[in-house]
Design a protein around this ligand. Sequence first.
Ligand code: NAD
Length: 514
Amino acid sequence: MDAESEIQQPALDRTLTPPKVKMLINGRFVDSGTSHWEDIPNPATKEVLATVPYSSADEIEAAVAAAREAFKTWKNTPIPTRARLFLRFQGLIRKNMDRLAASVTAELGKTGPDAEGDVFRGLEVVEHACSIASLQMGGYVENVASRVDTYTILQPLGVCAGITPFNFPGMIPLWMYPMAIACGNTFVLKPSELDPITPVMIAELAQEAGMPDGVLNIVHGGKDTVNALCDHPDIKAISFVGSAPVGTLVYNRASGTGKRAQCMMAANNHGIVLPDANKEHALNALVGACFGASAQRCMAIHTMVLVGKASDWLPAFVEKVKALKVGPGWEKDTDMGPLIRPAAKERVTGYIEKGIAEGAELELDGRDVPVPGYEQGNFIGPTIFSKVTPEMTIYKDEIFGPVLNVVNVDTLDKAIAFTNNNPFGNGTAIFTSSGAAAHKFQNEIDVGQVGINLPIPVPLPFFSFTGSSGSKLGDLGPYGKQVIEFYTQTKTITARWPQDDTGGGGVNTAITLK
Ligand code: NAD
């Protein structure tokens, strides 16, 4: 490592984020008493940034109890007061953006702009939570019968919990607790044990914004912590984002104990390129979508489908990808940072070997990518396979690393059928200059989030995140209108206010509908 890189490397703010990652219980950031701690290494340097505890059963119980107690008053806190909390919170996140992004870069390896994007997309949900009064409005119909009105109110559920993956430590916790808490619920967050520093730093800002004690709580750990939350009788709803096998376990376990559950899971997103597309625009957009964040994104393009003559564009695409610079996220010219852990690097390397063994053609090999000064980092360069078939392991499994599959088909119909045969349905994108082709694609494609001439179509928070089929369990997605429904119970009230001259009574005075 040269002296210049050492200076550029962001330092963690040890005054706010001590090397021991804290839990947040009943408004206090506290150390765990557990004997189980794991290191959080910087994935580019292996420097240990902090250690994370695996919270004990008693500590999890204390967090849930604090949330249960806080719910008694928070649920009736006036809605403008709840909204103002998020106004203050969003201001503090903005003010601390550089520090938060530096933390994402240090513990996850993202480049500076990508780390800032991670926090910014979460910030947008906090901004949306400021509109909670209009989002949580019920309905009212006057005169459903003579002098009888019916109306609905959306009431909070109680204690909700969130379980998040490693790849968006800024955004995904903020997908969950701001909207849940704005609705009047209280919350227990279990961030990924691989990069919990940033979520705790953001929670410090939430407390500074005036979050009442016990409304937001954080516990740490892995499977045991998640199971304890799924089984806890006082928790009413679980939001999960992560891999498909774990999401399925969480969904079954949580819904098996009568909870609401929403699980956003794995992906194999297809990018379809028609020969009438603007070639430069399409290829440039796909370089970022396929390899940005080292493809540790659930909306990354994993499979590029070149239709007809667009197959001729592969060499030009490979040349563009070769220009990407792999390195530590804090260096200004880095395009792709490291993978989160050595195990992830080994897994992705194993997939590349499997792709070769199964007969795919290796157009670009990212193994042994040179990163001078950072040989110990978990780096893998961009890798491209052509002649990929649906039976190959590299197509069937979610690799979650910078390995792109390229397939060729001769018609749009075949591209749609190929994409629809994949069990996942998180995102897809088409590149074309034909409105008719784009319209046919949006109509026939069986995927929840569709981009037209833009990849990675993640909806902004006034819509909902709408991954579908094998990428999701549960009916309602994170943020937007759907999550208001998820985090509230609709109560329907029918009321008659008799006037003074109303006579009668007795058993036959129920509403008469004619
Ligand atoms: P992961 O499933 O390994 O972990 C997610 C969470 O589950 C973590 O908090 C972890 O502690 C917990 N967990 C791990 N094993 C568990 C077990 N056996 N039982 C109970 N809980 C367990 O996922 P990850 O590797 O952190 O994240 C990457 C995955 O997340 C990818 O599959 C990616 O596609 C997916 N993801 C999906 C979306 C989406 O919106 N669809 C967004 C981001 C990431």
